[in-house]
Design a protein around this ligand. Structure first.
Ligand code: NAD
Ligand code: G3P
Length: 376
């Protein structure tokens, strides 16, 4: 199916072979580091392209954080036998050229294109394990929505990867609920790249399919902060749903959230472009997450329970091993706000953390929304 013309973004890139190499030894080798819900869908997208394009090796390695299933079998073995990630993406064939590998070092050793896609809280440990184990000519891309907060201040995951591993790292974010892309429903995504347009083109080529349209913008921090911060707004949207406050209130929360996302991003990185917020990674991801994401869903349950059941408990019960990013991101953002004296500038972000950590009841989102909407 050809992409609908109306959806073709200005910067959409062609799908011709850009690597100018037809020898097997020069073909790019791809490893996906992570195999959760989105990690598995990313592997499926990539595997369809590595089979089709001669610039890539057919095989896609997928590092699996090994676990034993209720049946007693290892997840990796089951993925390799059935070609399905039965725990995180049941019912979807990944492509026969996806090889699950529980050995991180072995999974990355030959790859020159590394796709990072794990929950953000595991990334620092993974980078430490990868030190000295990857190819020196490797390029990375992060699909991870989140950040770390260090003594020196906030550190985006792409920066963590670049600094710890000494490699360039682009990002890919967007309105991308994995289960919808898994069944090939149309969606868009944004690659954020630093300097080298050719590198961005190579990533676009790797991910682009007729149902997954990828656009590249030169704004790594802007793209990554959009993907990271929208998860905090999604928690607020879930509270609004749990309290049955209605669609208008939720829309108001999304508008105020977008404004805080933009202000926070620009305070941290003045180079962030306004236009990035209008790409798939910006307003579109905010909308889809606040309507249909896991952060929204679990936050709704938290508010319905009056904050009496913890996020950890609800996450374990409702997501069966999948991980929320919004609650820990709200905490990380709060640390930055407190440290820099910015709490009053970002009342939505601050309120989300105060509710999700139990300092305030979920109903505090009502007071917050009314006060904010009236003050503008
Ligand atoms: N699922 C989506 O719809 C979606 C879409 C876009 C972006 N993302 C982002 O992609 C990233 C990865 O999310 P996901 O949906 O693929 O994962 P997930 O939440 O579905 O699964 C959790 C993953 O973490 C792994 N894990 C558990 N403990 C671990 C440990 N100690 N070390 C390393 N890994 C461990 C599990 O094996 C599993 O693969 C997140 O930042 C998320 O925000 C997700
Ligand atoms: O399900 P969520 O809330 O983790 O959101 C998934 C994606 O980030 C949506 O683009």
């Amino acid at each position: 199916m050809a992409p609908p013309a109306a959806f073709e973004a200005q910067e959409t890139l062609p799908q011709n072979n850009l690597l100018n190499s037809d020898t097997a030894s020069h073909r790019s080798k791809v490893t996906v580091i992570g195999s959760g819900n989105w990690g598995s869908v990313a592997a499926k997208l990539i595997a369809s392209n590595t089979l089709r394009l001669s610039t890539f090796h057919d095989e896609v390695r997928m590092w699996v954080y090994e676990e034993t299933l209720q049946s007693g079998e290892k997840l990796t073995d089951v993925i390799n036998q059935t070609n399905e990630n039965v725990k995180y993406l049941p019912g979807i064939k990944l492509g026969k050229n996806v090889v699950a590998d529980p050995d991180l070092e072995n999974a990355v050793k030959d790859a020159n294109m590394l796709v990072f896609v794990t929950p953000h809280q595991f990334m620092e440990g993974i980078c430490i394990r990868l030190l000295g184990k990857i190819r020196s000519d490797a390029e990375a891309i992060s699909l991870v929505k989140g950040m770390e907060v260090k003594m020196e201040g906030p550190c985006m995951i792409s920066t963590l990867i670049s600094q710890q591993l000494g490699i360039n790292c682009s990002v890919l974010m967007g309105a991308n609920i994995a289960n919808e892309i898994a069944v090939e429903k149309f969606s868009e995504a944004t690659v954020g790249y630093r300097q080298n347009r050719e590198v961005a083109e190579r990533w676009v080529q790797l991910f682009y399919t007729p149902y997954f349209i990828v656009t590249a913008v030169q704004d790594v921090e802007g793209v990554e902060l959009c993907g990271t911060l929208k998860n905090v707004v999604a928690i607020a949207a879930g509270f609004v749903d749990g309290l049955e406050m209605g669609n208008n209130t939720k829309a108001a929360i999304m508008r105020l959230g977008l404004r805080e996302m933009k202000a926070f991003s620009k305070l941290l990185f003045p180079s962030v472009k306004d236009s990035t917020f209008f790409e798939s990674c910006g307003v579109a991801d905010l909308i889809t997450t606040c309507l249909g994401g896991r952060n929204r869903k679990v936050a709704e349950a938290y508010a319905k329970n009056g904050g009496k059941r913890s996020f950890d408990e609800l996450e374990a019960e409702m997501l069966q091993g999948q991980k929320l990013q919004g609650v820990s991101t709200a905490r990380e953002v709060y640390e930055v706000l407190s440290h820099r004296g910015w709490l009053e500038l970002f009342p939505l972000f601050a309120t989300v953390h105060e509710i999700s950590s139990g300092l305030l009841p979920p109903s505090a989102i009502v007071e917050y929304s009314e006060k904010q909407v009236r003050s503008f």
